[in-house]
Each structure stands twice: as structure tokens, then as C-alpha cells.
Design a protein around this ligand. Sequence first.
Ligand code: ADP
Length: 369
Amino acid sequence: MATVTFDNVVKAYDNGVTVLHDINLDVKDGEFVVFVGPSGCGKSTLMRMLAGLESVTQGAIRIDGARVDGLVPREREIAMVFQDYALYPHKTVYENMAFGLRLRKIPKSEIDARVKEAADILQLGHLLERKPRNLSGGQRQRVAMGRAIVRHAKVFLFDEPLSNLDAKLRNEMRVEIKKLHRRLGATMIYVTHDQVEAMTLADRIAVLSGGHVVQYGTPDEIYNSPRTTFVAGFTGSPPMNLLKLDLDGARGRGHGIEIAVPSDVLQRQGRLGGGHITLGVRPESVLHAMDRNTMPAGRCALDARVVVTEPLGAETLCTFEVAGQQLVARLGADVRLEPGTAASLAIDPAKVHWFDAESGMSLSQRSAK
Ligand code: ADP
């Protein structure tokens, strides 16, 4: 078990392009941290630097307070699970797990005990004599995790481990990984571009964009208090609706919406400047009423047109058009709306998020932490 810290870490590749800028992150002992962001944001590079597979251009990486960025991978006591499993095809499951320990000259009885322990944790006991080609994708992924477990490493790294699996198996393995974390209590760092994986697995999430950590917080903080429009638009499925409004005194106007902007938001907006403001509304905060007269009081009402409905069983996603802009609402399971028909929507002003239209920075009190 171990803490991990990134202190002012910068990465520039040989072509001179800086792909990670001044990264500062701390991972607590036993914490599950997810690096999430779109393709190319730098999350794999960050993990590969921790593993020792990439050099650090500037700054320091520490495990339990001791610098590791000068050490070779083998000396870092890190175990890594890759998306392509990287199993030896001609070795059995047992040998795949034992091989790294043999190279480290660990006694045979100790190897046997560790492999059996890992097989027990991952329910691989009956597969120990099989070769990888005779395993399912999920079983192969388990062997790859077993190989990490037997190392008794200080830190576990997962690099998009589930991206080669189909959706059902991915969900199952996600639960397996979460259980594994509970059972081992180990420090784990997990890289993914999938925000659902990030939200469900993480104790804390580092959201990366363009080589910067734009927010580092619990899933609850990331979801409920996104610091920027990028974070807001990246989390949630479907993500937050973002509407650019004209700021007219204390009111935001546009797309058929007119809504009062709270004074504390206006004050922060004043500091940042600009004649526009971005309104953020989660799909679950958009309400639908048959007509405006049935709308609960105190809500901001909008006239909309139904574009498409997606019944998902437990809920219905409905895309509306509001004065040229699309707005997605998460509605009840039994809601059935005909495309092209008129609808009345309402937004609860207490549930909206405010962002500076130019910088994308949050103006809402709850995300100003
Ligand atoms: P992610 O894992 O978020 O998809 P990466 O860490 O793989 O992103 O890449 C971050 C950026 O670094 C990308 O712009 C990528 O093109 C660039 N990059 C990755 N590896 C190299 C390399 N060996 N040489 C130059 N640029 C690289």
C-alpha cells in the first residue's frame, strides 16, 4: 500500500511538443483514482510516466514520499494491467501468473501460495492449466489482473483494461475490479476515456483535457460541481445541456429562455467580464408538462418541440428543440412523445449551473471551491 504524488510534472516528447503541463496530484493510501479524458488528453502518458515506461521531463513523481522518476520500472513496485492483457499465449494460466515471480527468484513454495491466493480471489482456480486461447475475454482479463495481484505491488495501474470487452462483460468486470479494490485495499490508478467507468469506480477522478488536470475530485463533486463547461459536458450520460444566453441586466435570455441570474453569479461574472453567460442543466433537471398551465410555480418555462424519444426501459430520454437549440431531458419510463409535437418544459432555477461564456469557468457558488 502506498501514496502517490505528482509534483509539477511536465512531459514534452522529443518533437518538442508539451503534452502534459504542470501536473499536481496526490493519491492517498488505498485510494482508487481514475484519470479520465478524451483521446489524446495525456492520461496514458501520465500513467506510463508513473510506471517508468516514459521519462519525466520536469517535476517529480513520488511513491510513499520517495522519488521514483529516476528508477527503472522493476524498482517501482508497481503492477500494471493493460487492455490487451499481454498474456503469454504458450503458457498456462498458472505459468502466466507465476512467470514474473520466477524471474524475481522468489521461492517456489511462495510462488505457488501467491498464485493460488490470486486464483482464489479471481475465481480462476479451475482454469489454472488452460492456455489463454481457451479462455473467454473476461477470463483473460482476470488472468491479467491475477498477474498483477501475485506481485504484491504497492500500486496497481490499469490502462483501459476493459476497452476490448463487450458492453455486458465490461459491466461485469467493472464490478469485479471494484470488489478487487475492496478486498485488497490497494492503491489503484485507472485510466479510461469512459466517464461511466470513472464515475462508478473512482474514489476520486482527475479529469484531463489538453494535458491539464481541469478538475480533481470525488465523483459527486465532478458531477454536481463541475468546475468548467468541459467537465460538465464530459460527465453524465447524456451530459449536461449547455445553453449560451445573452446577459441582460440580471436576466439571461436566449433560445426562448428567460431566467433570473442569481446576484452572486452576476458578481463573479462581473469579475470575469463578458456579455454572455452559459446556462447548464442536467437532463434530469429538465421537467416536462403537458401544457404551461400545469407547470409547477417558480420554474422557468420553455416552449419546445419533440425531436426524438429514446425509451430505455427504466426511463425515457427525450431530445427537444428549443429555439434552434437541442435540449435533452431524462423523463419517466412511461413518457411517450411524438416527434414534431409541441411540448412545455420547465427548469428548476435551483438546479441550474452557471458558467462564464468565454472562459467556460463555473460561476456557481457550489463549484467555486
Ligand atoms: P491519451 O491516453 O489521453 O489518449 P496520450 O497520453 O496517449 O493520450 O497522448 C497524449 C498526447 O501525446 C497526444 O497528443 C499524443 O499524440 C502525444 N504522444 C503520445 N506518445 C507520443 C510520442 N511517443 N511522441 C510524440 N507524441 C506522443
